[in-house]
Design a protein around this ligand. Structure first.
Ligand SMILES: *Cc1c(COP(=O)(O)O)cnc(C)c1O
Ligand SMILES: [Zn+2]
Length: 426
C-alpha cells in the first residue's frame, strides 16, 4: 500500500488534458496520454499556509531543501536520505552584473550540492518516493549528473540503483557512479537512446522510474531552488532567472516554485524565466521561434560540448515551453564556443567554477544583453547547475587562452626570477 501523502497535496494534473488524479490513483503519467502525459502536482495552498510561513521558515534551522516539506509531495514519515541537499549559497556577483549590464547578479551555486549538481534536489525526492512505493531498485537514464545524484543519494540511503548513461559521458561523472556503487549500463548511443532503453527496462523489471519528464515528482524537488532564491532575497523575486535547458525539467521546476510562492502571496510577481540552449541542442528555441507545438515538433539531432543540456527531444518540453510563455521570458541560443568561454569568465569574475551547461546561464545573460532583452535596472539570478570539476577536459579546452599565462619552470628560484617578467606581461 503506498503511503498517504500529506493533506497539502491535492491532486496530480495532466499537463495535456488537465484531468486530475488522486496521488495514489496513477503511478507516473496520465493514462489517457501515455508517456507524454506528464503530471503536475497540485497543492492546497490554504493547507500549506497552515503548516508553513515566512516566520516559521525564519526560525527553522534545517538548512536543506526539506525546510519546505509542506510544499513537497512526500508523506510526513518518509525518511530523508542522510546527505544534506539544498540551501546552496546565493552569491552576489557585482563584476558579472557589470559584464551583463544589469543592476545586480546573484549566482545560485548548485555546484556545491553533495554530488556536485542541481540534480541532487530531484534525486533525494526520488529515493523517498521509491521508499514510499516499496520499490527495491531505482533506475534512471541521464547525461551523467542525474545518474551521479541518484547514485549518491542511494549510497547514502542504502538503496539500490541501475543507471543508463551514454558511453560518451564525461569520465568524472562515470567515476562518481562507480565509486557510489551503482550498477551502470554504458549505452552505445546518445542520451535519448539511453532514455528509451531505461524506460523499457524499468517497465520490464518493475524498477522505480526516476526519469526526467516522466516521473511527476522530479520537478517538485527542483522547484526548491526557486523557493530558496526568494527566501534568500528576503521574499523578493529577481526580475529574470537564467538557466541552461536540456530536458526542461529544471526550468519547469523553477517556474513551479515561483508560482507556488506567488500563490501563497509571499512574492509579488513571478520572474521572467530565460532558458538557455546550446546552438546544437536547440529544440525549445526552435519551437518558440517557429511558434510550433513542442508536443508534436519532431526530435532534432542534438550535438553540443555542454553534455548536460544535450537532448534531441526534451522530455519536459510542455512545461518548459509554458515556463517561458507564461512568465514573459525568452529562449536564448548560444554556440559552444561562447558557452565554453563563459566558464573562465564566470570563474575569474566570481570564484564559481561551473561545468559547460552551468556556465551557459552566463552565456545566456550576455546574449540577452546583445538582443536587448534586459534592462539596466534588472536584478538577475544565474543558476549554476553543476561543478566545473564534473568536466575538467571541457574546462581545460575553455582555458586554452588563459593557459598562455602559465610558465613552466625548474624547481629553482633562479628560474622564477628569469621568467617573472614573462609571467606578468602575458
Ligand atoms: C540536467 C542539467 C541541466 C539541464 O536540466 P534539464 O532539466 O535537463 O533542462 C543543466 N545543467 C546541468 C549541469 C545539468 O546537470
Ligand atoms: Zn491527460
Amino acid at each position: 500500500m503506498p503511503k498517504k501523502l500529506p493533506p497539502t497535496v491535492k491532486a496530480l494534473r495532466c499537463t495535456i488534458c488537465g484531468r486530475e488524479y488522486a496521488p495514489d490513483e496513477v503511478a507516473y503519467v496520465c493514462p489517457d496520454h501515455g508517456n507524454e502525459g506528464i503530471l503536475d502536482v497540485v497543492y492546497d495552498y490554504a493547507a500549506v499556509k497552515a503548516r508553513l510561513s515566512p516566520e516559521s521558515l525564519a526560525a527553522n534551522r534545517d538548512n536543506t531543501m526539506w525546510r519546505y516539506r509542506p510544499l513537497l509531495p512526500v508523506a510526513d514519515d518518509t525518511p530523508v536520505p542522510p546527505l544534506p541537499v539544498g540551501w546552496t549559497p546565493l552569491i552576489r556577483a557585482p563584476r558579472i552584473a557589470k559584464l551583463g549590464g544589469v543592476a545586480e547578479v546573484f549566482l545560485k551555486d548548485d555546484s556545491r550540492q553533495p554530488t556536485g549538481s542541481f540534480k541532487d534536489r530531484a534525486s533525494a525526492l526520488a529515493v523517498m518516493k521509491a521508499h514510499e512505493a516499496n520499490a527495491s531498485i531505482i533506475t534512471t537514464a541521464s547525461t551523467g549528473n542525474a545518474a551521479a545524484a541518484l547514485s549518491g543519494m542511494c549510497a547514502a540511503a542504502a538503496a539500490k540503483c541501475v543507471i543508463f548513461v551514454p558511453q560518451s559521458a564525461p569520465p568524472a561523472k562515470i567515476a562518481q557512479l562507480l565509486a557510489y556503487g551503482a550498477k551502470v549500463y554504458l549505452v552505445r548511443g546518445n542520451y535519448d537512446s539511453a532514455f528509451d532503453l531505461c524506460m523499457q527496462a524499468a517497465a520490464e523489471y518493475g524498477w522505480y522510474n526516476r526519469n526526467t519528464g516522466y516521473n511527476p515528482y522530479m520537478a517538485e524537488g527542483k522547484k526548491t531552488a526557486a523557493l530558496e532564491i526568494c527566501e534568500q532575497l528576503g521574499w523578493k523575486a529577481p526580475d529574470k532567472v537564467f538557466v541552461g535547458v536540456g530536458d526542461g525539467c529544471i526550468i519547469s521546476g523553477l517556474h513551479k516554485g515561483f508560482k507556488d510562492l506567488f500563490a501563497l502571496g509571499w512574492i509579488d510577481r513571478v520572474p521572467a524565466l530565460m532558458g538557455v540552449q546550446a546552438e546544437g541542442s536547440d529544440f525549445m528555441y526552435q519551437t518558440w521561434k517557429q511558434k510550433a507545438d513542442p508536443l508534436t515538433f519532431p526530435p532534432i539531432n542534438a550535438e553540443t560540448a555542454a553534455d548536460s543540456i544535450s537532448a534531441c527531444l526534451p522530455r519536459d518540453r510542455i512545461k518548459a515551453s509554458a515556463a517561458i510563455l507564461e512568465t514573459g521570458g525568452a529562449w536564448l541560443r548560444v554556440c559552444d564556443a561562447r558557452i565554453l568561454s563563459a566558464i573562465p569568465l564566470l570563474a575569474a569574475n566570481s570564484g564559481v567554477f561551473a561545468e559547460p551547461a552551468a556556465a551557459a546561464s552566463l552565456a545566456g545573460l550576455l546574449k540577452a544583453k546583445e538582443e536587448g532583452r534586459i534592462a539596466p535596472t534588472d536584478t538577475v539570478a544565474l543558476v549554476v547547475t553543476g561543478s566545473g570539476l564534473k568536466d575538467v577536459a571541457a574546462a581545460m579546452k575553455a582555458c586554452e587562452d588563459a593557459r598562455s599565462a602559465t610558465v613552466t619552470v625548474e624547481p629553482s628560484l633562479a628560474d622564477v626570477r628569469r621568467t617573472a617578467g614573462e609571467l606578468f606581461t602575458k
